[in-house]
Design a protein around this ligand. Structure first.
Ligand code: C2E
Ligand code: CA
Ligand code: CA
Length: 376
């Protein structure tokens, strides 16, 4: 992308030439558009295509020289075969395309042979869009709530809203699977708004009995960059009658890193209105801590990957300790995610981690069952 038009075309021409060098003179190669190419191997034994695919991957991996620069790229290859004379070249290309997308998903340098299940998967993926739209319309989503526990005294100071989807046709679908697709299809803004409105109403109700209860809501990057994000949040809270100071928005580190400027203004606006901000999955991101100073952050949620091994001594414990100390210096709360046993809990208490969440403390719970846990 950073190459510019002319150099980009040059690069594509070089790629085409390399591709050509990987096949026989009697074979056909073509550029399909964008950065996609096709090679049609005539009268080849089944199996030869995979070998050619591997050859292509190896050849493309070698650096290209364009406009005085060395460029490194990777190829993903999808293979489809047909025993018949290619009268149905469209199907063949389509199948190769499906396999290629799958190969791409698994990371560069993969060669995958088309199999029928991939087609089903591709279809499945498409149907999912309609299913998700229907789910929102028909009210198939539910929320569960998992308490955030203050480790010093075991009091539930807040709850995190976690979305659930029981599809009539698919059964239970994990948010880990459908949230990325809802993002891809642009449905996450509406789904996220539904989650925010619903949980705000619920927590406002619970606050009659538990006046200090807070609400943590997960926010996708797509919501954050939406021009009306701050308005949408404030509208949901106003309708629910929930004070903004009771609400913490959870954004993942990777979202905050990849949207350095776009969402920042909205976050500052919301913070100015009293809404708090939490960095979810903290420690799994790649880059600097500089943004911790630039963003109006209140809370760090230490990713459960670190907690999973935190009862042990060693690197994970050291990492958690470092995050807790960093948070103390910056005046932030720390929440440890995924506490699954007593050893982890006591290790975290010893380190001075303020809050915790996890199956050992309380599982995500249906709203009608939660008050009994809050009362403890
Ligand atoms: P997350 O925000 O990191 O949520 C924590 C996940 O850890 C939840 O999975 C929760 O059920 C699970 N968990 C809690 N305690 C434990 C434990 O002790 N051990 C283990 N192994 N897991 C524990 P869940 O509910 O499947 O949600 C997965 C992810 O889906 C969430 O990760 C969040 O990123 C996303 N998500 C859920 N609800 C929403 C939503 O309303 N909006 C958006 N944008 N994302 C959501
Ligand atoms: Ca979360
Ligand atoms: Ca998390």
């Amino acid at each position: 992308d950073s190459l510019g038009h002319e150099a980009g075309d040059q690069l594509l021409a070089l790629v085409a030439r390399r591709l050509r060098s990987c096949v026989r003179a009697s074979d056909t190669t073509a550029r399909l558009g964008g950065d996609e190419f096709a090679a049609l191997l005539h009268d080849s034994p089944i199996g030869a295509a995979t070998i050619v695919g591997e050859r292509i991957v190896a050849s493309i991996k070698e650096p290209f020289r364009v406009a005085g620069r060395e460029i490194f790229i990777g190829a993903s290859v999808g293979v489809a075969t047909s025993r018949e004379v290619v009268e149905r070249s469209e199907t063949l290309l389509h199948n190769a395309d499906v396999a290629m997308y799958r190969a791409k998903k698994e990371g560069p340098g993969r060669v995958l042979v088309y199999e029928t299940y991939m087609h089903t998967e591709a279809l499945d993926h498409l149907n999912l869009r309609g299913d998700l739209q229907r789910a929102l319309r028909e009210g198939e989503f539910r929320l569960q709530y998992q308490p955030l526990i203050r480790l010093a005294d075991g009091v539930a100071t807040g709850v995190e809203a976690l979305i659930r989807w029981h599809s009539p046709t698919r059964g239970f679908v994990s948010p880990v699977d459908f949230i990325p697709i809802a993002e891809e299809f642009g449905l996450i803004v509406d789904i996220g708004q539904w989650a925010l409105e619903t949980s705000a109403v619920q927590v406002a109700r619970w606050r009659r009995d538990f006046p200090d209860l807070g609400l943590n809501v997960n926010v996708s990057g797509h919501q954050l960059v939406h021009p009306r994000f701050a308005d949408n949040v404030m509208r949901a809270l106003a309708i629910a009658g929930l004070p903004s100071s009771a609400v913490t928005l959870e954004l993942t580190e990777s979202v905050l890193m990849s949207e350095p400027d776009l969402g920042k203004a909205a976050l500052h606006v919301l913070r100015g209105l009293g809404v708090q901000l939490s960095i979810d999955d903290f420690g799994t991101g790649y880059s600097s801590l500089a943004y911790l100073r630039e963003l109006p952050v209140d809370e760090l949620k230490i990713d459960r990957a670190f907690i999973a091994r935190a009862e042990l001594t060693g690197e994970d414990l050291a990492l958690v300790r470092t995050i807790v100390e960093l948070a103390q210096i910056l005046g932030l709360r720390t929440v440890a995610e995924g506490i699954e046993n007593a050893a982890q809990l006591s290790a975290l208490r010893r380190l001075g981690c303020g809050y915790g969440q996890g199956y050992h403390l309380c599982r995500p719970t249906d709203p009608d069952e939660l008050p009994s846990r809050l009362a403890r």
